[in-house]
Design a binder for this molecule. Structure first.
Ligand code: DHB
Ligand code: FE
Length: 292
């Protein structure tokens, strides 16, 4: 095996684990929350499940779906479950619409999808801390600073910012094997003026796992599997609504055709060379809506 082949195999193995891990993590989180039980009432289930089934039946009739196509769908749906890829499928092709309706009335910063790779309780760091990373972590050093404010302009001291992102190869710790547990994940506590200064590296563009059922669909349809490089955030402060968002880098070829439809123009950063250190820097302020 050449070094290149072994590298590719390692990459495929890492990506293959991600789907199953995302399913296991999601199950754990749901079990720990009230939503693990049945919190959706009969009336809504009747309405929503009824509409979803009708939409599918309408497609079958309009498009005159054949038995070959019906069976291909059946086999594929079975495989999505076997590969543990329901979180991937839903977060890529549906979550953006849920996020849109849920955050429709926010006046503060824009949110976007959470995706399948969030982990609670990342290590807490001071307002200007460095993200947990390997000693020789590859990638461009990246300084990200700003302020958390309320919509009325008031700074929010002690606001908590959780950041998680892929490494320079597009892998997330705790989902791809071989990475330290909290690699490129942390929680910053803003200072008395709501400011934060995050020291990290630039993440690479990310390809959703291509070797499982979602990848099979993408290949069969002639689509692509790319998400532009992004930083994931959750920002919270007392008496304010939590925001879940992502920020993107200008010039990424997939900002305009993100497989997960999660890019918004307000979420593009403006990185510049860092005048004081190696790498790049940028500023971005989070504006939180008060609790309803
Ligand atoms: C997926 C991965 C991401 O990093 C993300 O932000 C959204 C979706 C995915 O693989 O499904
Ligand atoms: Fe992501």
């Amino acid at each position: 095996m050449t070094q290149n082949e072994s590298f590719t195999q390692e990459q495929e193995a890492k990506a293959a684990d991600s789907g199953a891990n995302a399913s296991a993590r999601f199950r754990e989180r749901m079990a720990a929350s009230a939503a693990g039980g049945s919190v959706v009432d009969h009336e809504r289930v009747n309405l929503l499940a009824g509409k979803a089934i009708k939409a599918l039946n309408d497609i079958v009739i309009e498009e005159k779906v054949s038995y070959e196509e019906y069976n291909a769908l059946k086999a594929w749906l079975i495989k999505v479950g076997e590969d543990g890829e329901w979180p991937l499928f839903l977060d890529v092709w549906l979550e953006h619409s849920v996020e849109e309706v849920v955050n429709e009335h926010r006046e503060g910063s824009k949110g976007t999808i959470e995706g399948p790779y969030y982990v609670e309780d990342a290590p807490e760091l001071p307002w200007n801390g460095t993200i947990p990373m390997r000693e020789d972590e590859p990638g461009t050093p990246f300084l990200f600073k700003g302020q958390v404010r309320s919509v009325d302009g008031r700074p929010l001291p002690g606001a908590k910012l959780e950041l998680w992102h892929a490494d320079d190869l597009g892998f997330y710790s705790q989902f791809a094997p071989g990475l330290p547990e909290w690699n490129l994940r942390g929680t910053w506590v803003a200072d008395e003026e709501g400011r934060y200064e995050i020291h990290t590296i630039r993440p690479a563009p990310y390809q959703i796992p291509t070797e499982g059922a979602c990848g099979q669909l993408i290949a069969a349809a002639g689509w692509h599997a790319w998400r532009p490089a992004h930083l994931h955030f959750k920002v919270r402060a007392q008496d304010h609504q939590l925001i879940t968002s992502q920020l993107y880098f200008p010039g990424d070829p997939h900002n305009d055709d993100d497989v997960a439809s999660a890019v918004k123009p307000e979420l593009l950063l403006d990185p510049q060379p860092n005048p004081d250190a190696e790498g790049e820097m940028t500023t971005y302020d989070f504006v939180l809506d008060p609790e309803a």
